[in-house]
Design a protein around this ligand. Sequence first.
Ligand code: SAM
Length: 356
Amino acid sequence: MAPLNTMIANSVKHAAYAGAQVARILWYTGHYAAGRRLMGPLTEPGEAPYAEEFLPLDRQRLKDAFRAAFRQDWKNIEAGRYRMPAELRRMPSLPGLIKQSRDYLRDSKKVARRKHARGHSEVLTRTNTKKYPRYFLQNFHYQTDGWLTAASAERYDMQVETLFTGAAGPMRRASLPLIGDALRGKDAASAALLDLGCGAGRFLQGVKENWPQLSVTALDLSPAYLGKAQAALGRWNDVRYVEANAEATGLEGGAYDVVTAIYLFHELPPLVRAIVAAEIARLLKPGGVLILADTIQHGDEPGLDILLENFPRGFHEPYYDSYCRTDLAALFEVAGLKQENETLAFLTKVSCFVKS
Ligand SMILES: C[S@@+](CC[C@H](N)C(=O)[O-])C[C@H]1O[C@@H](n2cnc3c(N)ncnc32)[C@H](O)[C@@H]1O
């Protein structure tokens, strides 16, 4: 049995974890409820309801899976698999929260208007089509400005946390133990990790908090999101930022021990997924590992399949349904990456693939 002072310290830490998480869940659930009211039902008045392929939502399973993700997150922290994240260690600033909340709620009205009008091509301009692939130029989730502006990048984390009522942190962190496994027996200072589609940099914050010596490259096609990631990761001045398409990164081949792709693949059309898979295989060292975290797929949580079916109807997600039906093992096998294991964290599945 652990000594008494260790047990007390652990209980205090657990209480701090639970308190911070309850506050976050309440905060994001409140915003979720407000956003849902604005968005309204899936179909417009007078429209026929969607024909549903799956069984009704198993609400108890949804709650259980939500709680299980937090329980696992705590277990990982307790076992030292990763540190208590900064977002739970520090009190957020009240003016910062108020600003975030106002911006989110104001913008939600625009998102709702876009959803009612099925408006998802506002960022498709003649100038943009010269620079970016067509699939990238959409208002995914009916978001304002697509991936293209600093305001969108600034708002992104709040939108993701709100969508998952505070569970995005535990879901992203479910990938961290796999990084620990991939680096076992290696000197982190001489290992390299590349995050494809790094977005606003939230995942890489967790990586750098835990492996500060690890050489990290953050890649995104959006200069605005890459800029936000750079600001979020400002504490670490050795992170490399690359503005490039994940299909053809221009980076050196065989250079990475770990490649991560967090919520990137469901945003890519099916044929592009195969191209990015091949590029990942090119970038990894032999024995290197791809850690893919993305939505759960059909059949992973049968009682929740209806959520996956309806999500792309309520939020503009043109490639989501096909992603949910993709055989991931086959997709990456063709590229030369063999599936090792997978684990679920609420609505996220983390899968690990190894380059032979
Ligand atoms: C849903 S966000 C995920 C961001 C982040 N990984 C996270 O954990 O939230 C998808 C990101 O992928 C980027 N992206 C989309 N298509 C891309 C491509 N072909 N190449 C590189 N980045 C891309 C977008 O700009 C956006 O930042």
